[in-house]
Structures are given as C-alpha cells and as structure tokens.
Design a protein around this ligand. Structure first.
Ligand SMILES: [Zn+2]
Length: 428
C-alpha cells in the first residue's frame, strides 16, 4: 500500500536544515516530496511536530541466528531494530554456525526475506570457521550480495593472510571490517587504570587495540585498499586513523554509544552489563572519542548490539560474556547525552547513522531522503523524554546497563521499503 506522510519536518542533510514537507511513498520508493500533497485512498501518517529522518543504518550488530535463537533471532532483531529507527542492519558472522560459505549465507538471507521486516545485510567471515587459517570464497560470497568481511570477535593475527584477504576482497570491490584487538595484550576485562585495578580486574591494554589498528592501516595503505575499523575505543587508535585518513580515503571507522557515554569507572559496580569487548575506555580516551566524533574522524556510530541470556551474564565479571544490546537505545542516548549536551550537532550525528554507513556499505539508494530513493524512513518526536524500562524491550535479551536512564527522542514510526514496520502504540 502507498503511504503519505503529512506535515513532517524533513531533514535535509546537504543544506543542514529541516523543511516542512509532505512525503509520498509509492512502490517502496520516495516518489514525491512537496509542500502539500493530497492523495486519496492511501495510508496517511500525520507527522505534525515530528522530524523525519532517513532510516538508520547499523554497520555492526549480532543477531545470533543461526544457532542461538534463544538470545535473538531474525524476527526479534528486526522488531527491536525497527523500534530503534533502524531500517538496515549488518549482522556479524560470528554466530554459533559461522557465516563463512556462500551456501550458509544464501540460506540465512533467504530466511531473512521471510522473517525480517527490515533490511538485514550479512558481513561474511574473513576466514573459514573464523579460525584465521584459510581464506573464504570471497568472490562467490559477494555474488550473494555480501559487501563486507570480518572475523569480528577476533583479530586476524596472521599478517600475511590479512594482506591476501585485503587484496583479494578489495579487488572484488568489497571492504574488510577489522575488530582490532591483539589478544596477547588482553589480559582481562578491565583497563590499565586505578578503577580496574581497584575492582580486581586485569587489563586489556590500550595498545592491544592501537597495535592492531596500526598494522591494519599499514596494510591498507600498502595495498591502497579500503578497510573499516570497528568499535574503536582509545585515543591512540583515533590518532592513527586520523593521520592515515590523510593518505588513504578508504580508511573508515566507527565507535559505539557505550564508548562515548561510559568509562572504566563503571567497572567498579561489578555489573556484568558493563562488560563489553573492547572494554569501556578510560575517561581521557572517552573524551578523545568525543572530539574525534565532531572532527569527523569517526565515520559511523554502530550499536554492536550483542544479546546474551540472563544466565550468561549472571557470572563473575571474568566469566560473564561480553556485550550489550543496543538497537533500541542508540538514538535516544546519543540525542540526549551528545546532541543536547553540545558534544555533536544533530546533522553530524544523523550522518553517522545514515549517509556515512550507506556509503561504506555501497547502498546507493539509501541514507538520504530524496525522490527516487528507497522509502526507508523514521519519524521521531524529538521533544519526548522517557525512561528506558525492561517491559518495553523488543529484543529477546535484556542485557543493557542503560535501564532506568532517561532517553530523548521517541521513535513514532519506522518505514522500510515503503512499509510501516514499526508504529508506536498509543494507549488511550
Ligand atoms: Zn567486535
């Protein structure tokens, strides 16, 4: 069914302004944007007082299917993402059954077509079974629509193999995403600071990340290849990336809301919901990340949505699994604690969850609101503040340290390929 969105404040990222417009959606595309559109027999959304953005794009998430559907499956992930305003998410290949062959990826994507209300893209594994020993069949995997490869969760230690993988994937037009952590320098879930030591936690040294970043950047520069460095968490990594970007425009990176809002002092609470990989940064590193965000060194903000069961989190800090869910909080957290606090302007923030990831993922029809583009849209009430509570979570898992936090900017409706995939239920 066609859709008419009336009286929305539509974001114009090019001119960095909002304009009052009606938007008509036909056949999954944005067919017309105009001051006034009147069409009969279509679904109408009255968007007066609300802001319309391109559907958000998450470059890094974990769906857990295939293999651990008790934590999250395609259906619950797509509902949770749509509630957070996401219309496209990239799922990582480090599932129980790794997504490392064209056949497995094809089967998964076929299931997504049936189960998912939003666009789910697969990041293919970099090596067979993610073991870091043998390359995957990148050319064949790319025929399935995959554009990104990673052994996320692990950094590919074998530099020679990484050189081959980067060269091979780039020659096919794909991008390598690297989870930069040299595990030999990751002794535990803390940082080398007094907060972690007083909590009795061994550190993951900052250089565990920056050494990995430095090697990957060197390889990419040597090959004149693209590379995307994901969930960066230290100031030294940012310095390296900033310098490297001057020589190689193909170097991009992201970080997550938890690295921008939380720091290692939270580890003293012994709440395993604060356990993430890489660990929460030291305060000074967090402040560097914030500066890098405004300077444009950080291209995207990703969720690293990582669902875990309560049992997997109810362990000692050492034994609990790493990660937190993030689809339903990214916008509300960043809007309230970054945009409203003046850490970043709204337009730059929106670019990092729309047009920038669209470019990296080569999604040429997404990321902006323009006639002819895919009708992936999210309507938000920027004035609405609310408490994040467990009873409204649509993810199957509830592992988040942000319960009870005030969020701002409520998603009212999410439209994917012209279909309303989420609409806030208003109780009367
Ligand atoms: Zn990772």
């Amino acid at each position: 069914m066609n859709l008419l969105i009336k009286n929305a404040s539509v974001i114009d990222l090019e001119n960095r302004e909002f304009i009052k417009r009606d938007v008509f959606v036909e056949g999954g595309r944005i067919s017309r944007i105009s001051e006034k559109i009147d069409i009969k027999n279509v679904k109408v959304i009255n968007a007066r007082g609300k802001h319309l953005f391109p559907g958000f794009i998450d470059i890094h998430s974990h769906i857990r299917e295939p293999g651990r559907q008790d934590k999250e499956d395609i259906i619950s992930a797509s509902h949770s993402a749509a509630k957070g305003g996401f219309t496209t998410i990239v799922t990582m290949p480090n599932t129980e059954i790794p997504l490392d062959t064209p056949e497995k990826i094809r089967a998964f994507m076929e299931k997504c077509k049936i189960d998912s209300s939003i666009n789910i893209l697969v990041c293919g594994a970099l090596t067979r079974a993610r073991e870091g020993r043998q390359l995957c069949e990148y050319g064949l995997i790319m025929k399935e629509g995959v554009r990104m490869f990673s052994d996320d969760g692990d950094w590919l230690k074998d530099t020679g193999l990484m050189l081959l993988a980067l060269n091979y994937i780039n020659s096919f037009g794909g991008t390598v995403m690297s989870h930069c952590e040299d595990k030999f320098l990751c002794w535990g879930p803390g940082r080398d600071d007094s907060a972690s030591f007083s909590a009795g936690l061994l550190p993951s040294f900052e250089i565990s990340e920056s050494i990995a970043v430095l090697r990957d950047v060197e390889l990419a520069n040597y090959l004149k290849a693209k590379i995307h460095l994901t969930h960066l968490s230290t100031s030294r990594s940012i310095e390296i990336v900033e310098e490297a970007k001057r020589r190689n425009r193909g170097i991009t990176c992201d970080t997550c809301p938890h690295y921008l809002l939380l720091d290692s002092e939270y580890l003293e609470r012994y709440d395993t919901n604060f356990k993430v990989n890489p660990p929460l940064p030291k305060r000074e590193d967090r402040l560097s990340l914030l500066r890098a965000l405004t300077k444009g060194v950080i291209d995207c903000i990703s969720t690293d949505h990582a669902p875990h069961t309560q049992e997997e989190k109810e362990h000692s800090f050492i034994d609990a699994l790493s990660g937190m869910i993030g689809f339903e909080t990214l916008f509300g957290l960043c809007y309230k604690y970054l945009v409203e606090k003046g850490e970043i302007d709204l337009f730059s923030f929106i670019e990092k969850i729309t047009v920038n990831p669209a470019q990296i993922l080569q999604l040429h029809q997404k990321g902006v609101i323009k006639e002819g583009f895919d009708a992936d849209l999210v309507l938000i009430d920027l004035g609405e503040e609310f408490l994040y509570s467990a009873d409204e979570i649509l993810s199957k898992s509830h592992n988040t340290p942000f319960l009870g936090w005030k969020l701002k900017g409520r998603v009212k409706a999410t439209v994917c390929r012209g279909r309303v995939v989420y609409e806030e239920r208003v109780s009367s």
